[in-house]
Design a protein around this ligand. Structure first.
Ligand SMILES: *[C@@H]1O[C@H](CO)[C@@H](O)[C@H](O)[C@H]1NC(C)=O
Ligand SMILES: *[C@@H]1O[C@H](CO)[C@@H](O)[C@H](O)[C@H]1NC(C)=O
Ligand SMILES: *[C@@H]1O[C@H](CO)[C@@H](O)[C@H](O)[C@H]1NC(C)=O
Ligand SMILES: *[C@@H]1O[C@H](CO)[C@@H](O)[C@H](O)[C@H]1NC(C)=O
Ligand SMILES: *[C@@H]1O[C@H](CO)[C@@H](O)[C@H](O)[C@H]1NC(C)=O
Length: 613
């Protein structure tokens, strides 16, 4: 940024070079701090000082490292049809209804489409907090995103997402597209978010036209049918499991406590042959950093006033007629004002622009719902405190060859999570362990015109969180590991279906060390923090394995007054490594940012080293 050197508030020494936390811990014993500074919080990054030079016209780009989309890999490359669906400025929108506009598919570019891509472009200038945002088509969520914190010079970013799975909605006329982005704009918070949203529709000849269920009868060849099932085309129907007050308050359910479960009644079509629930989740307020919340006993004994409590375990669950049919430990996305906002400048945290969603295959329980009666789907958060934004889409595939299928649920084995908690602390120092585990097996068959298929869905997760406080509560360490294994196996009556087998393994390790010191003035403090987190996924659908390894390490310090960062220094290194599958072998993206400047930004499709996990 121009003028930065002249006006820099950043001291010349970088505390991230400080090696020894032991030394720090000893040092910290000398100081006493208010507890408000010991837990991660949401901050506003420092205002860039007004430049004496003409401000640069070039806005700074913010990025989230992401895999290339399969539409980027079309051979030959195909030019998409463009639909500019939103052009809107989100100014002082807090408490107001979300922005809603009409949606119609492109007239000059009718379906079938091989791919549809959503692209959100945003710019902002000024001071502003990070904000959460959702996009819904006909009440069904298609993107959960959050904003970058702007600078006075201005920033921009892009979010691109393959939304082909929402094909059945995208084909519909007279739908409404809704975007919620609540924002306060006043004398202090001046950043308005200007947003453009586009859909790109690809009609690539090279790619097989989407498989229509009506064609099933002509697909006599069992092998071909099974191939079609493995490369499943988008659902025929998408039922939003979202708030009925969406055009006024946004379609997400606001969950404030464990007992705050939200429900939606659904009548399943009698010829449903497959159903998948897709869950969208984000955490805010006192649960924004749920993975670092201490247990209530620690807060009580030490007479702390923080409301960020309830321990560091959360499980988002889905119920069907009151029975849990799926649950997930969400990936801990850090928003751009979180922990230390300087870390996420200009490379945002993993998932901040495109939050992950979570799929639950409900095909094994179709036998419980194909009776034409309303059934209740619920979403909630175990141990959750205020507040979570959760909604879901029920993707339904119909049997095009009949109006009624027969189904039976044969195995429902879903014992509650086993959770053990250990704590040992004296006053403000101590250590807390939470271990959790859950194993689920759901099996059921569906006899439809394509055959009689049995779906077995198994899921297992293991969770371990270790939190410790040292130096009279001024040094906090969080070490969390999440391991998830999901398997969906579809077999025909002969017990075979070699390609109908999907195995997914995920790991989300996260480590955070944060030390708090008194600042240069009585009302400020220093926070020295090191965060490393990763998203690892191995996806095996029988046709090959895809590995994604995305790891980010941030290190730095900041001086804080209330929620404003006055100064600081930061280094963020990240590597995204994708191997196999549709990435055609390999894709590597490495970035390095120092004090808000991107000093490395390299992509490569040549892997010279072995994949190391
Ligand atoms: C530890 O911190 C608390 C609260 O900030 C303070 O009251 C107490 O005196 C401190 N103890 C020591 C040994 O510094
Ligand atoms: C917390 O408050 C209670 C009651 O006011 C008091 O007895 C106790 O000593 C306090 N504990 C700490 C650690 O300050
Ligand atoms: C479908 O297959 C399952 C498992 O092979 C079997 O138990 C069930 O009876 C079959 N259903 C029908 C209607 O044939
Ligand atoms: C903090 O992050 C750096 C990377 O910048 C890493 O090399 C270092 O080991 C980390 N320090 C601690 C104490 O974890
Ligand atoms: C970083 O690299 C990516 C991928 O090559 C590119 O899209 C982006 O514009 C680059 N960003 C900056 C700030 O150079």
């Amino acid at each position: 940024m121009p003028g930065e050197d002249l006006y820099s508030l950043k001291p010349h020494t970088s505390c991230h070079k400080m090696q020894s936390f032991l030394f720090l811990a000893l040092l910290l014993l000398l100081f006493q701090l208010t507890e408000s500074s010991t837990s991660p919080d949401r901050f506003l990054k420092p205002s860039s000082p007004p430049s004496i030079f003409k401000p640069s016209r070039k806005l700074q780009e913010y990025i989230e490292l992401a895999n290339p989309l399969s539409s980027d890999k079309l051979n030959p490359p195909s030019r998409p049809c463009t639909l500019h669906v939103i052009k809107h400025s989100f100014g002082n929108t807090m408490g107001k209804p979300p922005f809603t506009t009409a949606y119609n598919p492109p007239v000059n570019c009718p379906s079938p489409w091989s791919h549809v891509v959503l692209e959100l472009r945003a710019t902002s200038r000024g001071d502003q907090y990070d904000r959460i945002s959702g996009l819904w088509l006909g009440g069904a969520e298609i993107l959960r995103t959050s904003t970058a914190e702007p600078t006075r010079e201005g920033i921009f970013w892009k979010v691109r997402k393959d939304v082909t799975k929402y094909d059945s909605l995208l084909q519909k006329k007279n739908l409404r597209l809704t975007m919620m982005l609540e924002n306060i704009v006043n004398d202090v918070y001046t950043g308005v978010y200007r947003v453009d949203v586009f859909f790109f529709f690809y009609r690539a000849e090279a790619v097989r036209a989407p498989f229509r269920t009506g064609e099933i009868r002509v697909l006599k060849d069992e092998g071909r049918l099974e191939t079609e099932m493995a490369n499943e085309s988008p659902a025929d129907l998408i039922v939003p499991i979202s708030s009925s007050d969406g055009y006024k308050k946004g379609f997400w359910f606001v969950i404030n406590s464990e007992s705050d479960v939200h429900f939606k009644e659904v009548r399943f079509p009698l010829n449903t042959r497959k159903a998948v629930l897709e869950l969208y989740v984000s955490f805010h307020g006192n649960d924004e950093f749920w993975y670092s919340n201490p247990p209530n006993s620690y807060i009580r004994v030490n007479n702390l006033t923080t409301e960020r409590g309830n321990g560091a375990y959360r499980e988002v669950f889905v119920t069907l007629d009151g029975r849990v049919v799926g649950s997930e430990i969400p990936f801990p996305v850090v928003f751009t004002g979180g922990i230390n906002p300087l870390f996420w400048n200009p490379v945002v945290a993993i998932g901040a622009f495109d939050l992950p969603s979570y799929d639950f295959d409900l095909s094994p329980v179709l036998g419980l719902v194909l009776d034409g009666k309303p059934h209740t789907i619920g979403v909630g958060v175990s141990d959750g405190i205020s507040f979570w934004l959760v909604d879901a889409n029920l993707h339904i595939w119909l049997d095009g060859g009949s109006s009624k299928v027969i189904a039976k649920s044969t195995v429902y084995d879903n014992p509650a999570s086993s959770i053990t908690r250990e704590e040992e602390f004296q006053m403000l120092d101590g250590e807390f362990h939470i271990k959790a585990k859950r194993e689920t097996l759901l099996v059921g068959w569906v006899k439809w015109s394509g055959g009689n298929y049995t779906t077995a869905v198994s899921q297992e997760f293991k969770f371990h969180n270790i939190m410790s406080f040292e130096g009279n509560g001024t040094v906090k360490t969080v070490n969390q590991r999440v391991k998830v294994k999901k398997e969906v196996k579809v077999t025909n009556e002969l017990g075979s279906c070699p390609v109908c087998h999907v195995k997914i393994k995920r790991r989300y390790p996260m480590k955070m060390i944060s030390a708090t010191l008194p600042g240069s003035k009585p009302d400020t403090y220093l926070a020295i923090t090191n965060v490393s987190h990763a998203f690892w996924e191995r996806h095996d659908d029988g046709g090959g394995e895809t590995n994604v390894y995305n790891k980010q390490v941030s290190d730095g310090w900041m001086e804080v007054k209330d929620h404003d960062v006055l100064s600081g220094g930061s280094v963020t290194n990240q590597k995204l490594d994708c191997r196999g599958g549709e990435f055609g072998g390999c894709f590597i993206w490495k970035v390095s940012a120092v004090d808000g400047k991107l000093v490395k930004n390299d992509t490569s499709s040549v892997c010279t080293s072995l994949y190391v996990n």
